[in-house]
Design a protein around this ligand. Structure first.
Ligand SMILES: [Zn+2]
Length: 265
């Protein structure tokens, strides 16, 4: 199991909801991987704070007064407040800890989720590229002509892909196919650089966990550039569309291509 596999299963693991074998695999990974072990501890702590430490049904002040009034009054007794105070102090202390600790834990959990969702988007882009590489018939429409490929998508997608680069002698367009990116359809344009295929995925950008940090400016857009499993990946969004460029050509050349694509209309 990879770290991503483990992170998305942590909650189920902690609740014992995974199949027996997966439960064992996650446990084995946590024994080996300090990063995931820490994420596991953070999840557990937050769950515990949320489920057990918050007062479940705090009594109203009126109820407390009523209870206090019903107590048999011994002579020279302490006031109701003095009776209650010792039992309230720990509750206040716990509440203070909760108030102080919860945002930190939320932040850590949110940050670790954002990181794994970002990794998920990059992984999906690489998988889509691998599908193109390994498929017997990777391209639904094969052509060197942009004006044959682009109209071919009409009616096959639920959005209009905006492709600002038609291909040229350095990066010729090889064809296109309909693919999927996560839960949505994607237009896949395949270019080449010498013998290296390059996939450009275009899909609706809404509802995805776009990286908000570690961005680099490429032309007019803030792009996220990274590498995974030997492939360079550059992702950006423009208007309502998201773009992912994936290839094993070197990072500098892929950036040049991304700049031309992002710089178009
Ligand atoms: Zn790990």
């Amino acid at each position: 199991m990879t770290c991503d596999d483990v992170r998305i299963r942590l909650l189920d693991y902690q609740r014992g909801r995974l199949p027996h074998s997966a439960q064992g695999e996650v446990r084995a990974h946590l024994d080996e991987c300090p990063g995931c072990a820490r994420a596991d501890a953070v999840e557990q702590e937050l769950t515990s704070v949320l489920e057990h430490r918050l007062p479940q049904h705090p009594a109203s002040l009126a109820l407390k007064r009523r209870l206090a009034a019903q107590w048999a009054a011994p002579t020279a007794e302490p006031s109701w407040w003095n009776r209650w105070r010792p039992s309230l102090v720990p509750a206040f202390a716990v509440a203070a800890v909760v108030v102080a600790a919860t945002p930190v834990l939320y932040y850590e959990r949110a940050a670790s989720r954002a990181a794994s969702e970002r990794a998920g988007m990059v992984g999906e882009a690489v998988n889509d590229h691998l599908r193109v590489l390994t498929s017997q018939h990777p391209l639904d429409v094969e052509s060197g002509g942009f004006h044959q490929v682009k109209p071919w998508f009409e009616g096959r997608l639920d959005f209009a892909p905006v492709v600002p680069f038609e291909g040229d002698a350095d990066f010729p367009l090889k064809g296109g196919a309909v693919g999927y990116f996560r839960d949505r359809k994607a237009a896949v344009f395949v270019y080449a650089r010498r013998l290296h295929p390059i996939s450009l995925l275009i899909f609706r950008a809404d509802g995805l966990a776009w990286p908000g940090r570690d961005l680099t400016r490429i032309g007019p857009v803030e792009a996220y550039a990274t590498a995974e499993r030997g492939f360079n990946v550059i992702m950006w969004r423009r208007g309502e569309l998201g773009y992912a460029l994936v290839s094993d050509v070197d990072a500098r050349e892929l950036r040049q291509l991304a700049a031309r694509m992002a710089g178009g209309p």
